[in-house]
Design a binder for this molecule. Structure first.
Ligand code: FAD
Length: 366
């Protein structure tokens, strides 16, 4: 018999992180879960993500192991949602500036136990028959994949609502309601919400919310460019995620191509459109059958980037009833981190796996 009163949990932000958390919380408890967003689901940086479920380009240390576990969590989520979440487990092919660097990359990952294989020219050609360039050695990570970030987030939200979550778009959180170091809920553009637990998953919007408590959240808005290309014919030009010093692209289920590019600066010459046009030239020089490829749209997305690039997960200082999840590579990490966070929020346990990622690590000024 349950003696506890039914808890109310307010989640601020309906990007991949807030929605995934809402899904796990509503699966595991009968708490009242309210998911608020100042706009609409997946319309923050999540919509602009390249959405590569990526392990190989995380650092080869404990954080990389975390990302490895995150792939297992995506498989588990895929099963738990009975395949409603569509993951393209295509695998990723990459190479570096020189064959020597690629070989070193493969060796260092293999020595860490990662499933990474070296491909020779013939193997590469068989896997990517339209590729015009062909380095002597390339790295293949068969376990990696990608999602459609908007579709996945919307699907998870639909399932979370079925599990009892209340989703309220167009509710901007203006401040946290605090009494004697206890967070009692939030004040929004549409009124107050009382909560036993408030969880901030507001992407780059988290800094303002947390800073209002007099606590600095060491997270900045880090720009990165996403480009969508469309093709007149339906021939699948690219089969895998491809990452090279010149380009980072992947196929979409629709046959379109999506490409991630580094943001340089504000100069007009480095505008998203100019960078996208350069990427188009690179792709056309690199793939057979790319002559009908055209630029569809391009955006600059603002990633929540913790100062040391590692996730921030857990309680906030001495404030009771407040939890935060803020991370870069949140598409890769969302199911794993949100599953762990769910049990910390519901049961007050502390997972050792999250130990290195507490906000307190910044207290010493690192
Ligand atoms: C070009 C690009 C490529 C990327 N590639 C990858 C990749 O390959 N793999 C990967 O893992 N990650 C990648 N990322 C990063 C990834 O997209 C982000 O880490 C992730 O989307 C962050 O999700 P989020 O839910 O934290 O934030 P968001 O999606 O921004 O969600 C936060 C939500 O909070 C809401 N909000 C903000 N303030 C308030 C407020 N005051 N009140 C109410 N609601 C509020 C916003 O409206 C928004 O909907 C990429 C990002 C970019 C831009």
């Amino acid at each position: 018999m349950h003696s506890e009163h039914k808890k109310t949990i307010v989640i601020v932000g309906a990007g991949i992180v807030g929605v995934t958390l809402a899904w796990y919380l509503s699966k595991e408890s009968d708490s009242k879960i309210i998911l608020l967003d100042k706009g609409h689901v997946a319309q923050g940086v999540t919509q602009h993500s390249f959405a590569w479920l990526n392990v190989s380009y995380g650092r080869p240390d404990g954080y990389s192991q975390l990302r490895q576990q995150a792939l297992a969590s995506w498989h588990q989520l895929e099963k738990l949602t009975h395949g409603e979440i569509k993951i393209n487990w295509s695998g990723a092919i990459s190479w570096h500036k020189t064959d020597k660097e690629t070989q070193e990359f493969i060796n260092s990952h293999q020595s860490q136990g990662f499933n990474i294989q070296a491909l020779n020219r013939i193997e590469l050609q068989a896997m990517e028959p339209n590729l015009k360039i062909s380095p002597a050695i390339t790295a293949f990570c068969p376990d990696e994949g990608s999602i459609d970030p908007v579709n996945t987030t919307q699907t998870l939200l639909k399932l979370a609502i079925k599990q009892g979550v209340t989703y309220l778009p167009e509710h901007e959180v203006l401040s946290l309601n605090v009494s004697d170091k206890r967070i009692l809920g939030v004040k929004t553009s549409e009124g107050n919400f009382i909560a036993d637990q408030t969880v901030v998953t507001a992407g780059v919007g988290a800094t303002g919310i947390i800073n209002s408590l007099g606590i600095t959240l060491p997270v900045s808005a880090s720009p990165s460019i996403i480009v969508h290309f469309t093709k007149q014919d339906t021939v699948k030009m690219v089969q895998h995620i491809i990452s090279t010093p010149a380009m980072e692209l992947r196929p979409e289920t629709s046959g379109k191509i999506v490409c991630a590019e580094d943001y340089i600066d504000e100069q007009p010459i480095h505008s998203a459109v100019n960078i996208a046009q350069n990427a188009l030239t690179t792709i056309k020089n690199s793939f057979i059958g790319s002559n009908t490829l055209t630029l569809d749209k391009t955006f600059i997305g603002m990633r929540p980037m913790p100062k040391d690039q590692m996730p921030i997960v857990g309680n906030v200082a001495d404030f009771e009833g407040l939890y935060i999840i803020s991370m870069h590579a949140a598409i890769t990490l969302a199911p794993l981190i949100c599953q762990l966070a769910q049990s910390e929020i519901l049961h007050g346990v502390k997972h050792a796996a999250l130990g290195p990622y507490r906000l307190t690590r910044f207290a010493s000024g690192n």
